[in-house]
Ligand binder design. Structure first.
Ligand code: 13P
Length: 183
């Protein structure tokens, strides 16, 4: 019933059967998250999702490098999990994903210390691949860094924690007001 276009996307899924059930249910976009797999296995898994999704006319987002949890500092402060430029080129060419989620300093959830996005790595990946790039773990990243990320190749960014926090806060306020009014 809403008047703006709404897209439905299955986020972070590493279960092939579950992805197929989402495609069957009409999802126009899915994420095949093989980011914890070795490169070759991530390619094989993601490419099989892309082949299947094509039959449904759906888009597929893949993930390379691993965007971990903000509660674990090692997941975003160390570059060990960052996406490698050459691997990004190989992965996007082999899988033909619609979009690629990359790791360059962000993580999911509430950061324990301010993140510092590695814009150089982002720029290098953006120059090496034609695929649109995705930033996960968008909550809590300072605006100046987000602007730099958008300027240097990020086409989509995911925000969950901030949205859930506000949703919970205003839902709570609403029920409190209703209770104060109606007793
Ligand atoms: P945040 O919850 O950290 O905003 O991350 C959301 C996300 O990346 C979902 O894929």
């Amino acid at each position: 019933q809403v008047r703006i276009p709404v897209g439905i996307h299955l986020d972070h899924c590493s279960n092939f059967e579950y992805i197929v059930s989402a495609l069957r249910a009409g999802f126009p976009s899915v994420m095949a998250d093989g980011s914890l797999l070795p490169l070759e296995e991530n390619i094989a898994f993601t490419a099989s999702v892309v082949r299947t999704a094509r039959a449904f006319g759906a888009d597929v987002e893949g993930e390379l490098g691993h965007v971990g949890k903000a509660a674990r500092e090692g997941d975003y402060l160390s570059s060990d999990l960052y996406t490698q430029v050459e691997e990004a080129r190989i992965f996007t060419e082999a899988t033909e994903v619609t979009a690629l989620a990359i790791a360059f300093g962000s993580a999911h959830g509430n950061y324990t210390r301010p993140p510092k996005l590695n814009i150089t790595r982002l720029r290098e990946i953006n120059e090496a691949v034609k695929t649109p790039l995705v930033l996960h773990g968008g909550s809590g990243i300072p605006n100046e860094q987000l602007t730099e990320a958008f300027r240097n190749g990020i086409n989509k960014f995911n925000v969950g924690t901030e949205f859930s926090y506000l949703n919970q806060k205003y839902t709570g306020q609403y029920f409190q007001q209703t209770e104060d009014r109606d007793g």
